[in-house]
Design a protein around this ligand. Structure first.
Ligand code: CA
Length: 226
């Protein structure tokens, strides 16, 4: 059964979340601050993390950033309090999978958790390896190299590249990319897609200013050619 880590400093909310997760048949535990959340996530290897944004010791963004930097691709749903000024785009760029606003409707949250876990299951090991130019991308292992040197790509950048590659040269709109890679529960912003395209070009194209593989289709979006 999937393991879910709750990182939430408000004890009453954490308790409600854990109780409901246990009731739904998940394994669940809660920690109350960011640093502890990061440590527990790395040690316990949960299948999904519910991560509050405003936390003692280390905020949710930083936890997310450090997890991704350590190569953890664990799905993350960020929790925000209503009225809290949060940068949703930043969270999505750091690799969060979804946002939920507190107070959390339990049924809605459970549906989101199932959706996020299902998206993960849809990406089984496929042996998918893409090579173009000097770049080699192993999608199962989330490893990218250029000229044999490891380059860092965010999990979402891998997702965008894989989608473009699997679309076999067809142009995709930014909205299609958002829907496929981030899921339907997203705050659509073309900037999010454009930033990931820029990341891919900067890391993988020989000349990012004159991309030969990750191409802009003016007025439409992007397409990939090997
Ligand atoms: Ca909080």
């Amino acid at each position: 059964m999937p393991k879910i880590l709750v990182v939430e400093d408000e004890a009453a909310i954490a308790r409600v979340l854990v109780d409901n997760l246990l009731f739904e048949g998940y394994e669940a535990e809660a920690v109350a601050d960011g640093a502890e959340g990061l440590e527990r996530a790395l040690a316990w290897q949960p299948d999904l993390i519910l991560l509050d944004v405003v936390l003692p010791t280390m905020d949710g963004y930083e936890v997310c950033r450090r997890l991704r930097a350590q190569g953890a691709a664990t799905p993350i749903i960020m929790l925000t309090a209503r009225g809290e000024e949060v940068d949703k785009v930043l969270g999505l760029e750091l690799g969060a999978d979804d946002y939920v606003t507190k107070p959390v409707g339990v049924r809605e949250l459970m549906a989101r958790i199932k959706a996020v876990l299902r998206r993960g299951e849809l990406a089984p090991a496929t042996g998918a390896v893409l090579e173009f130019g000097q770049a080699r991308i192993d999608f199962d292992r989330y490893e990218a190299t250029v000229d044999g040197q490891t380059v860092h790509l965010s999990p979402k950048a891998f997702g965008v590249l894989r989608l473009l590659w699997e679309s076999k040269g067809r142009a995709l709109t930014r909205a299609q990319i958002l829907e496929q890679v981030w899921g339907y529960e997203v705050y659509p912003t073309t900037r999010t897609v454009d930033n990931h395209i820029a990341e891919l070009r900067n890391r993988l194209e020989a000349d990012p200013a004159q991309p030969r593989h990750i191409l802009t289709v003016h007025g439409v979006g992007y397409r990939f050619v090997e």
